[in-house]
Design a protein around this ligand. Structure first.
Ligand SMILES: NC(=O)C1=CN([C@@H]2O[C@H](COP(=O)(O)OP(=O)(O)OC[C@H]3O[C@@H](n4cnc5c(N)ncnc54)[C@H](OP(=O)(O)O)[C@@H]3O)[C@@H](O)[C@H]2O)C=CC1
Ligand SMILES: CC(=O)[C@H](N)C(=O)O
Length: 259
């Protein structure tokens, strides 16, 4: 069975991947979608049923718990799955001073953004074959440390580094890995992130549809990294030349100025 797997499918970027993957992969049998909110996944399933594009198989549950990977491992094996595309889009960020954030949220970002993404990749990789593609959602926050988004930015640096390392390891299997680094995107992310939206320039905001389009084009071309939008492209170049200490200090000043 030829499938795609998408985490974070109940909203934002992940949901738009599910809507758009069938346009570029026309011979998929199913897309397996992961998120905690079953009502959202059922809505998406109905939407795709109406369009008669591809069947969705729902994996409702928490990616920070083991049961979801146990079910996945069983279903991959029993369905003789050939995973053509894996998209790791589940993630969250909490903005604020370290001492004001809850420890469980900070550790949760590491668990979901890094550990769950890694676990999903490791579980799925043996079921991928020549020509398969992996898309990892990082962020422009991966380019440099960001005070007040400290843990979130650190998790995204991990995703970027993991993606580059993995890309080189799986090249011999003809599997490609693309790391996607958008700036701010208008999704539910900012509803959960705390005050992050207060410091976000609306002109820099883009849509999840735009991010997904760029990501899918980049993945088809087997690009290593996709930086979405002109501001983020400039940030990426600057981050290569300006020492981390200076950019981190810049973020801190900017946020103080806004307080
Ligand atoms: N929005 C932005 O500005 C940017 C986002 N990104 C990254 O893109 C990715 C997608 O973000 P975006 O679409 O904006 O955010 P959303 O908040 O819209 O979506 C997050 C998704 O992750 C899922 N999720 C969260 N926690 C868990 C969990 N414990 N187990 C399973 N699923 C979970 C949510 O589903 P549910 O709640 O139903 O479980 C939801 O489907 C993230 O990795 C984010 O860091 C990168 C750059 C910019
Ligand atoms: C939330 C994000 O990841 C975004 N790149 C930002 O820094 O606002």
């Amino acid at each position: 069975m030829r499938i795609a797997i998408v985490t974070g499918a109940s909203s934002g970027i992940g949901r738009d991947f599910v809507r758009n993957i069938p346009k570029v992969y026309r011979h998929l049998d199913e897309i397996w979608v992961f998120a905690r909110r079953e009502d959202r996944l059922l809505e998406l399933q109905k939407e795709l049923e109406k369009k008669k594009t591809v069947k969705l198989r729902l994996f409702t549950g928490d990616l920070m718990r083991d049961y979801i990977y146990e079910r996945l491992a069983k279903e991959l094996a029993t369905n003789n799955a050939d995973v053509r595309m894996l998209v790791n889009a589940a993630g969250f960020g909490k903005y604020g001073l370290i001492e004001s954030l809850k420890e469980e949220d900070m550790l949760g970002m590491i668990d979901l953004n890094c550990q769950a993404l890694t676990k999903m990749t490791l579980k799925v990789l043996p079921f991928m074959s020549k020509g398969s593609r992996i898309i990892q959602m990082a962020s422009a926050a991966a380019f440099t440390p960001q005070p007040y988004f400290t843990v979130y930015a650190a998790t995204k640096s991990y995703v970027k580094s993991f993606s580059f390392g993995l890309r080189n390891e799986v090249r011999k299997m003809k599997i490609s890995v693309t790391c996607v680094c958008p700036g701010p995107v208008r999704t539910e992310f900012f509803g959960l992130a705390g005050e992050a939206s207060k410091y976000t320039n609306p002109r820099m905001m883009t849509t999840s549809v735009h991010v997904v389009r760029e990501a899918l084009i980049g993945a088809i071309r087997r690009q290593a990294v996709i930086t979405v939008g002109p501001y983020m492209k400039v940030s990426r170049v600057l981050a290569k030349f300006i020492p981390d200490g200076i950019t981190a200090y810049g973020f801190q000043i900017f946020n103080k100025y806004n307080n």
